[in-house]
Design a protein around this ligand. Sequence first.
Ligand code: GLP
Length: 261
Amino acid sequence: MEVIILSSPEEASEVAARLVARQVREKPESVLGLATGGTPCKLYQLLARMHRARGLDFSKVTTFNLDEYIGLDPSHPASYHRFMEENFFSNVNIARERIHIPDGLAHDVPAHCAAYEKAIHEAGNIDLQILGLGSDGHLGFNEPGSSLASRTRIKTLTERTRDDNARFFTDGQEVPHHVITMGLGTIMESRMCLLLAFGKGKAQAVAASVEGPVTASVPGSLLQFHPRAKVLIDTEAASLLTRANYYQWVYKNKPTWQIDL
Ligand code: GLP
């Protein structure tokens, strides 16, 4: 796990954008795992700018989103289909047929989840997975207690997550209780993970994920077992880390042969 502490969410998003851009340049047919939520918005804006201004080409890229609410139509303002369309897909040149997001309206959810897993496998698995972190330590919608070996499946949200996400729903709209999410086992098979977390509200989940014991009670902690996970956080999200000074020193003094940003 490489912990990179930056002064602001903007600076962290810039580092993340450079890493994603490098991945896409080095392997134009990359398979990207994508996240929703407030955290990756700036990253998507920066990638769209790189596409417009510098011709960063997504035409051969395949994408798989982490999750979707069950029961929401893709056109629903709070659906992750809509989120991705507005925040990223409409601003870059990803081929429509290579975009994958779990279908919240699937009639046979288990069959849909199995097909999603198969599609990831047939695409050659995810090269780079972008992740946010729930305030309770969840990855995707893998709530605390999720099996560490889980695959894409239905999950029930905790009240805390429903409260956290209520801001994306307008007054009177209920946050769904059920979702489809890639599993922790699915996420762990990606070749590289980029976890982004910003603000004081994430400090506890970041500390538990980075420095706590690996436990299903904190799904983010499973990344300690990932061979190539980078944690990009701002100083507020890093505020409860006991080794923050060490991570900062390591990042500032990376030998040139080790620099990949
Ligand atoms: C949401 C999403 C996650 C996301 C997390 C953090 O519920 N399902 O994929 O990473 O919670 O959200 P935010 O970035 O808005 O804080």
